[in-house]
Each structure stands twice: as structure tokens, then as C-alpha cells.
Design a binder for this molecule. Structure first.
Ligand SMILES: *[C@@H]1O[C@H](CO)[C@@H](O)[C@H](O)[C@H]1NC(C)=O
Ligand SMILES: *[C@@H]1O[C@H](CO)[C@@H](O)[C@H](O)[C@H]1NC(C)=O
Length: 365
């Protein structure tokens, strides 16, 4: 008799303790937990709302549940979170202060939802956030300063959304941003000051947008871009000095599938380190003199109407300097005697004299 009532009392006290402390130090019933609740995994378990997990939890995986929205304070008991996974959760909106209290969060994955609305101050408190993945959503507009709490943001993934423009102040505060991915959106223009706050970008992906002119002014604020992709934008020309402000750093440049007709004579001014250059599927006839070939290891040129007159001689010379199997495809469309031939197979460029030769008197013997 005594034993049973003592047991009941203990059970009551335990439950009372749990209620008073508010946060059940228990694994949510649908989820798996590891390492003393440090990892809580609720991947595709039919959750309809966000479970409360304790401050002990570092990683919360809620992928593939039908969650709809993130209400204010949804994570108020989960202040220890470092990594939060909410891909494929049918999220439509991120409310203001949705992540309130998560000031230790480093990784936030919101890819592949239906997010169209991000309320101002949605990301308040995310001062440690370093990786933010918002790709594969319906975002057409970003409130000014939306990323400003994220003074440590390093990677921002916004590809496969519906962004139409980047305005001044979009990235204010995110001054450590290094990787910015905005491929496959509907950008027609970058406001001249839109990149002022992120001058340390190293990787910028803008391919698959609708820009018909190169955004020279916005780009000129960047200092250290190593990789730039602009493919699949309907640009006809690349202007002089397009890459000058970061040309010493740029190693990879993608200008493929654009319908490009001309690279201006000074398009590559200041570009001194490029290793990988993609120019395929355009309407280019010539390569400007400002392109230095000496650092290039990978070059793609196919499906352009190359004009194989003397101006192509530096390209031909570079092809001679690399192993035969690596010499890229490039068919000549003109002049008539070379039409249909590969640049690498053409001979006779020895007769093309560099323009400077004339000024160096006495060089010829
Ligand atoms: C460069 O080309 C080689 C073969 O030609 C390929 O194996 C390599 O992956 C390419 N590198 C890059 C960065 O595209
Ligand atoms: C090819 O280049 C040469 C030399 O610059 C020029 O005279 C000729 O008109 C060009 N041909 C085409 C089809 O653009």
C-alpha cells in the first residue's frame, strides 16, 4: 500500500516538475532523438505544427512536414539551436520575429517551400546566422534591410525564386557576405547601389535571369569576386571595364547561352587571373584583345560563328600551348576559305603580324 502511494506521489511530482519548467525534456513522440536530445529528427513524420524542443537541442530537423507558416515565437523554448532544417515544409510565409530567441543559430535551411512573403523583421535575433538557404521558393520581393540582423552571414542562397530587381539596401548589414546565389530568378536590373553593402562577395551567381544590359555600376562596387556566372541572361554585349574592379581575383567567368554578339575591346581590362571561361552558345565572332590567355586552363567556345581572320591568332596560339585533347571546339564561320574548319586545325596565322611589331624597328633581320 505504502509503496504504491509513494510511487504515485513521485510520478505526480515529476509531472508537476515538467509542467512548471515548461519544456518537456523529452523527445517529441513522432521524432527520433540522439545524444541527450541534442539532435531531434522529425523528417517526414506528418507534423502539422512545430514541436517544442528544449534548450539542450542543437539540431532540429523538420524536413518534409506540412507546416504552412512559422508563427512568432515558434522556437521560444529552443534557444540552443545551431542548425534548423525546414526544407519541403509547404511554408508560405515567414512572419515577423519568426525566429525570436535563436541567437545561436548558424544554419537555417528553408529551401523548396512556397514562401512568397517574408515580413519585415522576420529574421530578428539571427545575429550568428552564417548559412541561409531560401532557394526554390516564390519570393518576388525582399524588404529593405531584411538581412540586417545577420552580421555574420557568409552564404545566401536565393536561386530559383521570382525576384525581379535588387534594390538599394536589400543587403544592408550583411557586410561579411561571401557567396550570393541568385540564379534562375526574373531579375531585369540591379540597382546601381544594390551591391554596395556586400563588396566582399567572392562568388556571385546571376545566371538564368532577364538582364539585357550588364549592370556595370552595381558590379563596380565589388572588389574580390572569384567566380561570376551570367549565363542565360539575354545580353547582347559586355561593355568595356565590366570586370575591372575585381579582375585580379576573378578565376571563373560564365558568359554562356546569352545570345552575346560582342565583347567590347576593353571588356576584359584588368582581368589577370581567369582560369575558367565559358563562352559557348552565343553569337560571338571575335575575342577582344583585352583577354589575356596565359592563365586560362578551361575555355569553352562551341556554337559561335567565329571569324577566323588574323584577330583569332592569339586564340590559335593559346591552343598550341595546351595538350591536344584539351583544345576546345570552335568552328569558323568566316572568312570563306576557313568556313566549317576548327580553329585548332587552321594554319597560316604565322603571317598575321602583331600590330606592335611595326613599332619595334630593327626587330626583323
Ligand atoms: C577543366 O577541364 C578539364 C578537362 O578538360 C576537366 O576535367 C575539369 O573538370 C575542368 N575544370 C573546371 C573547373 O571546369
Ligand atoms: C572578319 O574579320 C575581318 C578582319 O577584322 C573583317 O575584315 C571581316 O569583315 C570580318 N568578317 C565578318 C563576317 O565579320
Amino acid at each position: 500500500m505504502h509503496c504504491v502511494s509513494w510511487l504515485l506521489l513521485w510520478t505526480c511530482l515529476l509531472m508537476l516538475g515538467i509542467i512548471v519548467r515548461g519544456a518537456p525534456a523529452q523527445c517529441p513522440s513522432e521524432c527520433h532523438c540522439h545524444g541527450d536530445l541534442q539532435h531531434v529528427i522529425c523528417d517526414n513524420v506528418g507534423l502539422k505544427k512545430i514541436p517544442q524542443v528544449s534548450e539542450a537541442t542543437r539540431l532540429l530537423n523538420l524536413q518534409r512536414n506540412n507546416l504552412g507558416s512559422i508563427p512568432t515565437g515558434a522556437f521560444s523554448e529552443s534557444k540552443g539551436l545551431i542548425s534548423l532544417h525546414m526544407q519541403h515544409c509547404h511554408l508560405r510565409e515567414i512572419g515577423s520575429q519568426a525566429f525570436k530567441g535563436l541567437n545561436k543559430l548558424v544554419y537555417l535551411y528553408l529551401s523548396n517551400n512556397d514562401i512568397s512573403t517574408i515580413k519585415p523583421s522576420a529574421f530578428e535575433d539571427l545575429t550568428e546566422l552564417t548559412y541561409l538557404h531560401l532557394d526554390g521558393n516564390q519570393i518576388s520581393n525582399l524588404p529593405k534591410g531584411i538581412f540586417s540582423p545577420m552580421i555574420n552571414l557568409f552564404v545566401l542562397q536565393l536561386s530559383d525564386n521570382k525576384l525581379r530587381e535588387l534594390r538599394q539596401g536589400t543587403f544592408s548589414g550583411a557586410k561579411d557576405l561571401r557567396w550570393l546565389h541568385i540564379s534562375n530568378n526574373e531579375l531585369t536590373t540591379l540597382h546601381p547601389s544594390s551591391l554596395d553593402d556586400v563588396e566582399n562577395l567572392a562568388i556571385l551567381h546571376l545566371d538564368g535571369n532577364k538582364m539585357s544590359t550588364y549592370p556595370s555600376v552595381a558590379m563596380s562596387k565589388l572588389r574580390v569576386v572569384e567566380e561570376l556566372t551570367l549565363g542565360k541572361n539575354p545580353m547582347k554585349t559586355i561593355p568595356d571595364n565590366a570586370f575591372q574592379s575585381f579582375g585580379r581575383y576573378m578565376e571563373k567567368l560564365h558568359l554562356d547561352n546569352m545570345g552575346l554578339e560582342k565583347l567590347s575591346d576593353g571588356a576584359f581590362t584588368g582581368v589577370t587571373a581567369v582560369k575558367v571561361l565559358h563562352l559557348e552558345n552565343n553569337r560571338l565572332k571575335s575575342i577582344p584583345k583585352s583577354l589575356q590567355f596565359n592563365t586560362i586552363t578551361n575555355l569553352t567556345l562551341f556554337n559561335n560563328p567565329w571569324n577566323c581572320s588574323c584577330q583569332i591568332a592569339p586564340l590559335r596560339k593559346w591552343m598550341d600551348s595546351i595538350p591536344i585533347p584539351n583544345r576546345p571546339d570552335a568552328l569558323c564561320a568566316s572568312p570563306n576559305q576557313h568556313k566549317g574548319k576548327q580553329v585548332r586545325d587552321i594554319t597560316g596565322f604565322k603571317r598575321c603580324r602583331p600590330k606592335t611589331a611595326r613599332t619595334k624597328k630593327g626587330m626583323r633581320q
